[in-house]
Design a protein around this ligand. Structure first.
Ligand code: NAD
Length: 309
């Protein structure tokens, strides 16, 4: 399926990945409608040329009248906090959004959806983790909501006329990323270049994917996979530890801080300390990341430092 010259609806379009996706779709000649409630999005990220609807997608009527001429939905809107103080509320919100979108799509005869799932659906699984790993035992309400969403999408894909591209992302990094380890370290070191507090023992080790690679991979899968339910891991073959991220950020800022660790193997409740996804299925479809995990971290660090100037 080619995305050029089509009308796409992007939920969560004022967020980090959604705003980059919107720019890419516009550059490819698509019409783009962004929907976001701005709870974690920013109006300034909405690119010129995109239409914008401010709406809360947990409301069943949020998309009434807005899907009639849409060809494909990219569903990114979600509450993505892993350590939340309202796990059941978060689960309800995320799954309600997906249910509402599926109902609105069915009413408007829209038959294609790309969904942004996550490595956290695997819980603490052996690495590298392939798409057919089981049992799926997420350790956070966020991961549970994404797994439930996958179930809703699968049920509809296998029983109605619906094509689903289901992307299980590693950690995505790049310009506009906020509320994550790289911008957190940059902000802390700008405030105090002599000292850095690191959550956990610093040995948490995860795979980081640059947002440009992430979008390339999404578009490649949409173009080349046409089953009813197409589930793909998106990541890199390598990992970066939190200590290594601290080193990269310090190098890029030209500082040499003392490090203090809060201790324990995970940074917060629900954190999966080690994550690396198998990307053999994606590789067999003909796509490879252009940057390693370390390279993605370093490039993003430079990009985010630039934004903070
Ligand atoms: P983000 O928080 O920047 O973007 C999500 C957007 O959804 C925000 O702009 C927010 O305002 C919006 N939103 C939340 N609740 C909403 C509601 N009720 N109605 C309308 N809009 C609502 O997050 P992101 O990093 O860009 O992530 C995009 C998607 O990718 C999410 O679904 C996330 O779970 C998934 N994902 C991201 C990563 C990552 O590393 N960034 C990793 C795995 C999966």
């Amino acid at each position: 399926m080619s995305l050029s010259d089509r009308r796409a609806l992007v939920t969560g379009g004022a967020g980090f990945i959604g705003s980059h996706l919107a720019e890419r779709l516009l550059a490819d000649g698509s019409d783009v409608l962004l929907v976001d409630d701005l709870s974690n999005g920013d109006r300034d990220r909405i690119p010129d040329g995109a239409e914008f609807l401010e709406a809360d997608l947990t409301e069943p009527t949020a998309l009434d009248g807005h899907l009639d001429d849409v060809d494909v939905v990219f569903h990114l809107a979600a509450s993505k906090h892993v350590d939340t103080d309202r796990p059941h509320g978060q689960f309800d919100d995320n799954t309600r959004m997906t249910r509402n979108i599926l109902e609105a799509m069915a009413d408007a005869d829209v038959t294609e959806i790309a969904y942004t799932s996550t490595s956290t659906v695997y819980g603490e699984a052996p690495r590298p983790t392939p798409e057919d790993y089981a049992p799926l035992e997420p350790i956070s309400a966020y991961g549970a909501s994404k797994l439930a969403d996958e179930g809703l999408l699968s049920a509809r894909a296998h029983s109605h006329d619906l094509t689903v591209w289901n992307f299980r992302f590693a950690n995505v990094v790049g310009p506009r990323l906020r509320g994550a380890v790289i911008p957190d370290f940059i902000e802390k070191l700008r405030d105090d270049p002599e000292h850095l507090t690191i959550l956990g023992d610093g040995r948490q080790e995860k795979s980081y994917l640059h947002v440009e690679d992430c979008l390339d991979a999404m578009f490649h899968v949409v173009d080349h996979a046409n089953a009813a339910m197409n589930t793909y891991n998106l990541g890199t073959r390598t990992t970066t530890s939190v200590d290594r991220i601290a080193t990269i950020v310090a190098e890029e800022l030209g500082v040499d801080p003392d490090r203090e660790y809060t201790g324990g193997e995970r940074g917060w409740t629900g954190d999966v300390p080690k994550m690396r996804l198998s990307i053999e299925k994606l590789s067999a479809l003909g796509w490879e990341p252009s940057l390693s995990s370390d390279e993605a971290v370093r490039r993003s660090t430079r990009e985010i430092i630039e934004e903070f100037q």
